[in-house]
Unconditional design. Structure first.
Lengths: 111, 113
């Protein structure tokens, strides 16, 4: 099993550009999450999904959209990137009752 | 809402020293508590967890006990190694919230030979 994978690993954007981060898991987990990690602030939840076709807002959802069209994939979109979205993004997945498993992260820089 | 507070870092220790990283939490329900570890350039890995009061989680020589009376989940290790150098995150999950995690700010640990 590959576990949780994230694409791309690194990306540099200019302000106003758009992009999509892909998270994939091969463990048949129901729940998936997107977090961002900023220095001194731990990880904060952006959006999450409790099953295929469902999404919900987390703590810091503004400026992001998500989609879960297939159970194994959870996409995070930035429609118009801003420097404040420079961060490391982590995806995680979880069965209905167990701990979360994290991907390796995507480092995004917005200039 | 729920929150987690970790001791300020960074923490620098010599090999074989005793480690304590303090973690306290605020939650309205009965959360599960976790310690995650992040090695340089990697994602987060679960280190240990506890799901109810007085439970002790342990793994790789690390331990933490769920103390409801003091709302704490302090991480301890009797003898640290250079390979333990990493960032440590305390987190909680309310069982009614679809497993969403609330994290502390993280503590950077550096162990010198």
């Amino acid at each position: 099993n590959a576990g949780v994978t994230q694409t791309p690993k690194f990306r540099v954007l200019k302000t106003g550009q758009s992009m999509t981060l892909l998270c994939a898991q091969d463990m048949n987990h129901e729940y998936m999450y997107w977090y961002r990690q900023d220095p001194g602030m731990g990880l904060r939840l952006i959006h999450y999904s409790v099953g295929e076709g469902t999404t919900a807002k987390g703590e810091v959802p503004d400026g992001y959209n998500v989609s879960r069209l297939k159970k194994q994939n959870f996409l995070l979109g930035l429609e118009s990137a801003a420097p404040s979205q420079t961060s490391v993004y982590f995806c995680a997945s979880r069965p209905t009752t167990d701990t979360q498993y994290f991907g390796p992260g995507t480092r995004l820089t917005v200039l | 809402g729920d929150s987690v507070t970790q001791m300020e870092g960074p923490v620098t220790l010599s090999e074989e020293a005793f480690l304590t990283i303090n973690c306290t939490y605020t939650a309205t329900g009965y959360p599960s508590l976790f310690w995650y570890v992040q090695y340089p350039g990697e994602g987060l890995q679960l280190l240990l967890k506890a799901t109810k009061a007085d439970d002790k989680g342990s793994n790789k020589g690390f331990e933490a006990t769920y103390r409801k009376e003091t709302t704490s989940f302090h991480l301890e290790k009797g003898s640290v190694q250079v390979s333990d150098s990493a960032v440590y995150f305390c987190a909680l999950s309310d069982p009614t919230s679809y497993g969403k995690l609330t994290f502390g700010q993280g503590t950077i640990l550096t162990v010198h030979p």
